[in-house]
Design a binder for this molecule. Sequence first.
Ligand code: NAI
Ligand SMILES: O=C(O)C(=O)[C@H](O)COP(=O)(O)O
Length: 362
Amino acid sequence: MKLVADSHIPYLKGVFEPFFDVEYLPGHRINQEVVKDADVLIIRTRTTCNQDLLQGSRVKFIASATIGYDHIDTQYCDSNGIRWVTAPGCNAAAVQQWLGAALVKWISSKHLNPKTLTIGIVGIGNVGSKVVALGNALGMNVVCCDPPRAERENIKSFVDLHELLKVSDIITFHVPLTRAGNYPTYHMLSSKNLALCKPTAYFLNSSRGGVVDEVALLSYLEQNPNVAVALDVWENEPDLNLELAKRCLVATPHIAGYSLEGKVMATKMVVDAVSRYFNLGITLWWPTPNPLTEKQVIASAKNILDLIGKTYRIESDDIRIIDKDFEDYRNTYNYRRDFTGFKVLKIEEDAEKVGMLGFELG
Ligand SMILES: NC(=O)C1=CN([C@@H]2O[C@H](COP(=O)(O)OP(=O)(O)OC[C@H]3O[C@@H](n4cnc5c(N)ncnc54)[C@H](O)[C@@H]3O)[C@@H](O)[C@H]2O)C=CC1
Ligand SMILES: O=C(O)C(=O)[C@H](O)COP(=O)(O)O
Protein backbone atom coordinates (compact mmCIF):
# COMPACT_ATOMS: atom_id res chain seq x y z
CA MET A 1 0.00 0.00 0.00
CA LYS A 2 1.13 3.54 -0.64
CA LEU A 3 1.10 6.39 1.87
CA VAL A 4 1.66 9.97 0.77
CA ALA A 5 2.63 12.44 3.48
CA ASP A 6 3.33 16.14 3.66
CA SER A 7 7.10 16.50 4.02
CA HIS A 8 6.68 19.32 6.55
CA ILE A 9 5.03 17.23 9.23
CA PRO A 10 7.81 16.89 11.82
CA TYR A 11 8.87 13.55 13.34
CA LEU A 12 6.93 11.48 10.81
CA LYS A 13 9.85 10.16 8.78
CA GLY A 14 10.56 6.50 9.48
CA VAL A 15 7.34 5.74 11.34
CA PHE A 16 5.37 4.19 8.50
CA GLU A 17 8.15 2.85 6.27
CA PRO A 18 7.85 -0.69 7.73
CA PHE A 19 4.20 -0.82 6.62
CA PHE A 20 3.79 1.27 3.44
CA ASP A 21 5.59 2.61 0.40
CA VAL A 22 5.94 6.15 1.68
CA GLU A 23 6.32 9.28 -0.43
CA TYR A 24 6.91 12.70 1.15
CA LEU A 25 6.03 15.85 -0.74
CA PRO A 26 5.33 19.49 0.13
CA GLY A 27 1.59 19.85 0.71
CA HIS A 28 0.90 21.90 -2.41
CA ARG A 29 2.59 19.24 -4.57
CA ILE A 30 0.31 16.43 -3.44
CA ASN A 31 -1.73 16.36 -6.64
CA GLN A 32 -4.00 13.99 -8.56
CA GLU A 33 -1.07 12.28 -10.28
CA VAL A 34 0.67 11.53 -6.96
CA VAL A 35 -2.51 10.47 -5.19
CA LYS A 36 -3.96 8.19 -7.85
CA ASP A 37 -2.27 5.02 -6.53
CA ALA A 38 -2.18 6.09 -2.86
CA ASP A 39 -4.21 4.43 -0.10
CA VAL A 40 -3.47 6.89 2.71
CA LEU A 41 -2.78 10.62 2.85
CA ILE A 42 -1.25 12.42 5.82
CA ILE A 43 -1.69 16.10 5.16
CA ARG A 44 -1.65 19.66 6.53
CA THR A 45 -3.73 22.69 5.62
CA ARG A 46 -1.79 23.00 2.36
CA THR A 47 -3.43 20.06 0.56
CA THR A 48 -6.99 20.61 -0.57
CA CYS A 49 -8.70 17.22 -0.44
CA ASN A 50 -11.65 17.42 -2.78
CA GLN A 51 -13.09 15.66 -5.82
CA ASP A 52 -10.39 17.15 -8.08
CA LEU A 53 -7.69 15.50 -6.00
CA LEU A 54 -9.38 12.28 -4.99
CA GLN A 55 -11.60 11.15 -7.87
CA GLY A 56 -10.30 7.94 -9.43
CA SER A 57 -7.77 7.33 -6.62
CA ARG A 58 -7.57 4.42 -4.16
CA VAL A 59 -7.42 6.74 -1.13
CA LYS A 60 -9.47 5.36 1.74
CA PHE A 61 -7.99 7.24 4.70
CA ILE A 62 -6.96 10.88 5.17
CA ALA A 63 -5.34 12.11 8.37
CA SER A 64 -4.80 15.85 8.72
CA ALA A 65 -2.23 16.95 11.30
CA THR A 66 -4.32 20.05 12.00
CA ILE A 67 -7.24 21.28 14.06
CA GLY A 68 -9.06 22.99 11.20
CA TYR A 69 -10.40 20.97 8.28
CA ASP A 70 -11.82 23.47 5.82
CA HIS A 71 -9.25 22.09 3.33
CA ILE A 72 -11.12 18.76 3.29
CA ASP A 73 -14.34 18.36 1.33
CA THR A 74 -15.90 16.26 4.06
CA GLN A 75 -19.13 15.73 2.13
CA TYR A 76 -17.25 14.31 -0.85
CA CYS A 77 -15.19 12.07 1.43
CA ASP A 78 -18.19 10.85 3.40
CA SER A 79 -20.19 10.02 0.32
CA ASN A 80 -17.25 8.23 -1.31
CA GLY A 81 -16.29 6.05 1.63
CA ILE A 82 -13.12 7.96 2.40
CA ARG A 83 -12.52 8.14 6.14
CA TRP A 84 -10.97 11.39 7.31
CA VAL A 85 -9.62 12.43 10.70
CA THR A 86 -8.00 15.52 12.20
CA ALA A 87 -6.03 16.30 15.35
CA PRO A 88 -8.57 18.11 17.58
CA GLY A 89 -7.04 20.44 20.12
CA CYS A 90 -3.45 19.53 19.18
CA ASN A 91 -2.15 23.10 19.06
CA ALA A 92 -4.82 24.93 21.08
CA ALA A 93 -2.24 25.93 23.73
CA ALA A 94 -0.04 27.49 21.04
CA VAL A 95 -2.92 29.66 19.81
CA GLN A 96 -3.66 30.64 23.42
CA GLN A 97 -0.04 31.78 23.72
CA TRP A 98 -0.19 33.73 20.43
CA LEU A 99 -3.32 35.44 21.70
CA GLY A 100 -1.70 36.18 25.05
CA ALA A 101 1.35 37.70 23.36
CA ALA A 102 -0.85 39.81 21.07
CA LEU A 103 -2.77 41.05 24.13
CA VAL A 104 0.47 41.89 25.95
CA LYS A 105 1.58 44.00 22.98
CA TRP A 106 -1.66 45.98 22.83
CA ILE A 107 -2.12 46.37 26.60
CA SER A 108 1.46 47.56 27.14
CA SER A 109 1.46 49.94 24.16
CA LYS A 110 -1.68 51.60 25.49
CA HIS A 111 -0.83 51.32 29.21
CA LEU A 112 -4.17 49.63 29.90
CA ASN A 113 -5.30 47.81 33.00
CA PRO A 114 -6.57 44.36 31.88
CA LYS A 115 -9.02 44.32 34.79
CA THR A 116 -10.97 47.16 33.17
CA LEU A 117 -11.37 45.36 29.83
CA THR A 118 -14.04 43.10 28.36
CA ILE A 119 -12.84 40.30 26.08
CA GLY A 120 -15.41 38.86 23.66
CA ILE A 121 -14.57 35.34 22.53
CA VAL A 122 -16.32 33.95 19.46
CA GLY A 123 -16.18 30.16 19.37
CA ILE A 124 -15.70 28.33 22.67
CA GLY A 125 -14.13 25.06 21.58
CA ASN A 126 -10.64 23.79 22.31
CA VAL A 127 -8.94 27.12 21.56
CA GLY A 128 -11.74 29.42 22.76
CA SER A 129 -11.87 27.63 26.13
CA LYS A 130 -8.17 28.29 26.61
CA VAL A 131 -8.74 31.94 25.73
CA VAL A 132 -11.49 32.05 28.38
CA ALA A 133 -8.89 30.82 30.90
CA LEU A 134 -6.47 33.50 29.69
CA GLY A 135 -9.09 36.25 30.04
CA ASN A 136 -9.93 35.01 33.55
CA ALA A 137 -6.26 34.82 34.53
CA LEU A 138 -5.83 38.45 33.42
CA GLY A 139 -8.87 39.48 35.46
CA MET A 140 -10.85 40.56 32.39
CA ASN A 141 -14.59 40.50 32.03
CA VAL A 142 -15.13 37.52 29.70
CA VAL A 143 -18.05 37.37 27.25
CA CYS A 144 -18.61 34.22 25.18
CA CYS A 145 -20.51 33.53 21.95
CA ASP A 146 -20.99 30.04 20.54
CA PRO A 147 -24.54 29.49 19.26
CA PRO A 148 -24.01 25.84 18.21
CA ARG A 149 -22.85 24.97 21.74
CA ALA A 150 -25.42 27.21 23.41
CA GLU A 151 -28.13 25.35 21.48
CA ARG A 152 -26.72 21.86 21.95
CA GLU A 153 -25.83 22.21 25.62
CA ASN A 154 -28.49 24.73 26.61
CA ILE A 155 -25.89 27.23 27.88
CA LYS A 156 -27.59 30.42 29.04
CA SER A 157 -24.50 32.47 29.81
CA PHE A 158 -23.38 32.74 26.17
CA VAL A 159 -24.48 35.86 24.29
CA ASP A 160 -25.25 36.38 20.61
CA LEU A 161 -22.65 37.83 18.27
CA HIS A 162 -24.25 41.29 18.06
CA GLU A 163 -24.31 41.64 21.82
CA LEU A 164 -20.68 40.52 22.08
CA LEU A 165 -19.55 42.99 19.41
CA LYS A 166 -21.27 45.89 21.16
CA VAL A 167 -19.81 45.36 24.64
CA SER A 168 -16.29 44.09 23.98
CA ASP A 169 -12.99 45.97 24.05
CA ILE A 170 -11.24 42.91 22.63
CA ILE A 171 -12.91 40.68 20.02
CA THR A 172 -11.26 37.39 19.14
CA PHE A 173 -12.36 34.63 16.74
CA HIS A 174 -11.88 30.89 17.35
CA VAL A 175 -14.37 29.34 14.96
CA PRO A 176 -14.03 26.93 12.04
CA LEU A 177 -14.43 28.45 8.58
CA THR A 178 -17.90 27.41 7.38
CA ARG A 179 -20.09 28.65 4.56
CA ALA A 180 -23.25 26.63 5.22
CA GLY A 181 -25.39 25.43 8.11
CA ASN A 182 -27.26 27.46 10.70
CA TYR A 183 -24.24 29.48 11.83
CA PRO A 184 -21.85 30.04 8.94
CA THR A 185 -18.68 31.90 9.89
CA TYR A 186 -17.56 33.13 6.46
CA HIS A 187 -17.20 36.94 6.74
CA MET A 188 -18.82 36.99 10.16
CA LEU A 189 -16.81 40.15 10.81
CA SER A 190 -18.52 42.11 8.02
CA SER A 191 -18.95 45.87 7.56
CA LYS A 192 -22.44 45.57 9.06
CA ASN A 193 -21.09 43.86 12.17
CA LEU A 194 -18.11 46.20 12.44
CA ALA A 195 -20.52 49.10 12.68
CA LEU A 196 -21.75 47.65 16.01
CA CYS A 197 -18.31 47.65 17.62
CA LYS A 198 -16.56 50.18 19.84
CA PRO A 199 -14.37 52.49 17.73
CA THR A 200 -11.47 51.64 20.07
CA ALA A 201 -11.76 47.85 19.88
CA TYR A 202 -8.93 45.36 19.37
CA PHE A 203 -9.82 42.67 16.79
CA LEU A 204 -7.87 39.43 16.69
CA ASN A 205 -8.21 36.61 14.20
CA SER A 206 -6.23 33.42 14.51
CA SER A 207 -8.93 31.08 13.17
CA ARG A 208 -9.18 31.25 9.38
CA GLY A 209 -8.79 34.14 6.96
CA GLY A 210 -12.29 34.05 5.53
CA VAL A 211 -13.88 34.62 8.94
CA VAL A 212 -13.00 38.31 8.62
CA ASP A 213 -13.98 40.35 5.56
CA GLU A 214 -10.58 41.93 4.90
CA VAL A 215 -11.89 44.64 2.58
CA ALA A 216 -14.46 45.69 5.17
CA LEU A 217 -11.87 45.60 7.96
CA LEU A 218 -9.39 47.73 6.05
CA SER A 219 -11.99 50.35 5.28
CA TYR A 220 -13.16 50.30 8.93
CA LEU A 221 -9.55 50.81 10.05
CA GLU A 222 -9.20 53.78 7.72
CA GLN A 223 -12.24 55.41 9.31
CA ASN A 224 -11.39 54.44 12.91
CA PRO A 225 -7.74 55.17 13.65
CA ASN A 226 -8.06 54.01 17.29
CA VAL A 227 -9.00 50.48 16.31
CA ALA A 228 -6.25 47.84 16.53
CA VAL A 229 -5.96 44.56 14.66
CA ALA A 230 -3.94 41.36 15.10
CA LEU A 231 -4.09 38.82 12.28
CA ASP A 232 -2.40 35.45 11.93
CA VAL A 233 -4.63 34.15 9.14
CA TRP A 234 -5.44 35.73 5.80
CA GLU A 235 -8.08 35.35 3.11
CA ASN A 236 -5.73 34.41 0.28
CA GLU A 237 -2.72 32.81 1.92
CA PRO A 238 0.08 32.90 1.01
CA ASP A 239 -0.85 36.07 -0.90
CA LEU A 240 -1.34 38.83 1.58
CA ASN A 241 -3.48 41.91 1.60
CA LEU A 242 -0.40 44.08 2.12
CA GLU A 243 -2.38 47.25 2.77
CA LEU A 244 -4.19 45.52 5.63
CA ALA A 245 -0.98 43.93 6.94
CA LYS A 246 0.66 47.37 7.06
CA ARG A 247 -2.10 48.69 9.30
CA CYS A 248 -2.09 45.77 11.75
CA LEU A 249 -0.61 45.98 15.22
CA VAL A 250 0.29 42.31 14.85
CA ALA A 251 0.58 40.53 11.49
CA THR A 252 1.98 36.98 11.48
CA PRO A 253 2.12 34.28 8.78
CA HIS A 254 -0.29 31.61 10.14
CA ILE A 255 2.04 30.43 12.89
CA ALA A 256 -0.26 30.88 15.90
CA GLY A 257 -0.46 27.10 16.25
CA TYR A 258 3.26 26.50 15.71
CA SER A 259 4.50 25.34 19.08
CA LEU A 260 6.73 22.32 19.53
CA GLU A 261 4.04 20.83 21.76
CA GLY A 262 1.37 21.44 19.09
CA LYS A 263 3.39 19.91 16.28
CA VAL A 264 4.44 16.84 18.29
CA MET A 265 0.86 16.29 19.40
CA ALA A 266 -0.47 16.68 15.83
CA THR A 267 1.97 14.07 14.54
CA LYS A 268 1.18 11.76 17.44
CA MET A 269 -2.55 12.03 16.74
CA VAL A 270 -2.20 11.19 13.03
CA VAL A 271 0.23 8.33 13.73
CA ASP A 272 -2.19 6.85 16.27
CA ALA A 273 -5.13 7.31 13.89
CA VAL A 274 -3.44 5.60 10.92
CA SER A 275 -2.20 2.82 13.18
CA ARG A 276 -5.69 2.22 14.55
CA TYR A 277 -7.35 2.27 11.12
CA PHE A 278 -4.88 -0.19 9.55
CA ASN A 279 -4.31 -2.23 12.72
CA LEU A 280 -0.56 -1.60 12.61
CA GLY A 281 -0.02 -2.11 16.31
CA ILE A 282 1.90 1.15 16.83
CA THR A 283 0.95 2.05 20.38
CA LEU A 284 2.06 4.79 22.76
CA TRP A 285 4.00 6.48 19.95
CA TRP A 286 6.11 9.53 20.75
CA PRO A 287 9.10 10.84 18.83
CA THR A 288 12.42 9.45 20.05
CA PRO A 289 14.00 11.25 21.73
CA ASN A 290 10.90 13.12 22.82
CA PRO A 291 11.74 16.85 22.60
CA LEU A 292 9.00 17.66 25.13
CA THR A 293 10.51 15.86 28.09
CA GLU A 294 12.62 18.86 29.02
CA LYS A 295 10.82 22.06 29.99
CA GLN A 296 12.30 25.52 29.62
CA VAL A 297 12.80 27.34 32.89
CA ILE A 298 11.69 30.88 33.66
CA ALA A 299 13.55 31.97 36.80
CA SER A 300 11.18 34.79 37.75
CA ALA A 301 8.38 36.96 36.47
CA LYS A 302 6.48 39.89 37.89
CA ASN A 303 2.96 38.87 36.93
CA ILE A 304 1.00 36.97 34.25
CA LEU A 305 1.52 39.63 31.56
CA ASP A 306 5.25 39.65 32.19
CA LEU A 307 5.30 35.85 32.18
CA ILE A 308 3.50 35.62 28.83
CA GLY A 309 5.93 38.11 27.32
CA LYS A 310 8.83 35.99 28.58
CA THR A 311 7.58 32.92 26.71
CA TYR A 312 7.01 34.57 23.32
CA ARG A 313 7.89 37.84 21.65
CA ILE A 314 5.27 38.01 18.92
CA GLU A 315 7.21 40.79 17.13
CA SER A 316 9.79 38.21 16.07
CA ASP A 317 7.17 36.58 13.80
CA ASP A 318 5.91 39.82 12.26
CA ILE A 319 5.37 39.48 8.54
CA ARG A 320 6.85 42.94 8.02
CA ILE A 321 10.25 42.02 9.43
CA ILE A 322 10.78 38.38 8.53
CA ASP A 323 13.23 37.83 5.71
CA LYS A 324 11.48 34.83 4.13
CA ASP A 325 8.30 34.49 2.16
CA PHE A 326 5.10 33.35 3.89
CA GLU A 327 5.34 29.62 3.18
CA ASP A 328 9.09 29.42 3.49
CA TYR A 329 8.87 31.03 6.92
CA ARG A 330 6.28 28.50 8.05
CA ASN A 331 8.13 25.53 6.58
CA THR A 332 11.37 26.41 8.37
CA TYR A 333 9.81 27.71 11.60
CA ASN A 334 11.76 27.21 14.78
CA TYR A 335 8.82 25.82 16.78
CA ARG A 336 8.48 27.78 19.99
CA ARG A 337 7.48 26.28 23.35
CA ASP A 338 3.95 27.11 24.48
CA PHE A 339 2.93 27.69 28.12
CA THR A 340 2.91 23.94 28.80
CA GLY A 341 6.59 23.79 27.86
CA PHE A 342 7.69 26.13 30.66
CA LYS A 343 8.48 25.69 34.33
CA VAL A 344 8.19 28.92 36.35
CA LEU A 345 10.35 29.13 39.45
CA LYS A 346 9.07 32.38 40.90
CA ILE A 347 6.28 34.88 40.19
CA GLU A 348 5.67 37.94 42.34
CA GLU A 349 1.92 38.29 41.68
CA ASP A 350 -0.79 35.98 40.30
CA ALA A 351 0.95 32.74 41.41
CA GLU A 352 -2.42 31.02 41.81
CA LYS A 353 -3.22 31.69 38.14
CA VAL A 354 -0.08 30.24 36.61
CA GLY A 355 -1.39 26.65 36.66
CA MET A 356 -4.66 27.72 34.97
CA LEU A 357 -2.61 28.54 31.89
CA GLY A 358 -0.77 25.23 31.75
CA PHE A 359 2.59 26.39 33.17
CA GLU A 360 4.36 24.21 35.69
CA LEU A 361 5.12 26.10 38.89
CA GLY A 362 8.05 24.78 40.84
N1 NAI B 1 -3.86 30.05 13.28
C1 NAI B 1 -3.58 28.80 13.58
O1 NAI B 1 -2.43 28.39 13.53
C2 NAI B 1 -4.67 27.87 14.00
C3 NAI B 1 -5.97 28.10 13.64
N2 NAI B 1 -6.97 27.24 14.06
C4 NAI B 1 -8.35 27.52 13.67
O2 NAI B 1 -9.11 27.76 14.85
C5 NAI B 1 -10.39 27.14 14.71
C6 NAI B 1 -10.93 26.81 16.08
O3 NAI B 1 -10.16 25.81 16.70
P1 NAI B 1 -10.74 24.92 17.91
O4 NAI B 1 -11.18 25.76 19.02
O5 NAI B 1 -9.73 23.89 18.21
O6 NAI B 1 -11.98 24.26 17.23
P2 NAI B 1 -13.23 23.59 17.97
O7 NAI B 1 -13.93 22.80 16.92
O8 NAI B 1 -12.78 22.92 19.20
O9 NAI B 1 -14.13 24.85 18.37
C7 NAI B 1 -14.77 25.68 17.48
C8 NAI B 1 -15.97 26.25 18.18
O10 NAI B 1 -16.57 27.22 17.31
C9 NAI B 1 -17.98 27.11 17.48
N3 NAI B 1 -18.68 27.75 16.37
C10 NAI B 1 -18.97 27.24 15.16
N4 NAI B 1 -19.66 28.15 14.43
C11 NAI B 1 -19.80 29.25 15.22
C12 NAI B 1 -20.40 30.53 15.01
N5 NAI B 1 -21.02 30.86 13.88
N6 NAI B 1 -20.33 31.42 16.02
C13 NAI B 1 -19.71 31.12 17.19
N7 NAI B 1 -19.15 29.91 17.42
C14 NAI B 1 -19.18 28.99 16.44
C15 NAI B 1 -18.22 25.64 17.61
O11 NAI B 1 -19.48 25.35 18.18
C16 NAI B 1 -17.06 25.20 18.47
O12 NAI B 1 -17.38 25.20 19.84
C17 NAI B 1 -10.09 25.90 13.84
O13 NAI B 1 -11.24 25.50 13.13
C18 NAI B 1 -9.00 26.37 12.92
O14 NAI B 1 -9.56 26.83 11.72
C19 NAI B 1 -6.69 26.18 14.87
C20 NAI B 1 -5.40 25.93 15.25
C21 NAI B 1 -4.28 26.72 14.82
O1 LIG C 1 -4.24 23.29 13.11
C1 LIG C 1 -4.69 24.14 12.34
O2 LIG C 1 -5.89 24.18 11.99
C2 LIG C 1 -3.81 25.18 11.80
O3 LIG C 1 -4.22 26.18 11.28
C3 LIG C 1 -2.36 24.88 11.90
O4 LIG C 1 -1.68 25.49 12.92
C4 LIG C 1 -1.72 25.23 10.58
O5 LIG C 1 -0.88 24.24 10.34
P1 LIG C 1 -0.35 23.79 8.90
O6 LIG C 1 -1.10 22.56 8.58
O7 LIG C 1 -0.62 24.83 7.89
O8 LIG C 1 1.07 23.55 9.21
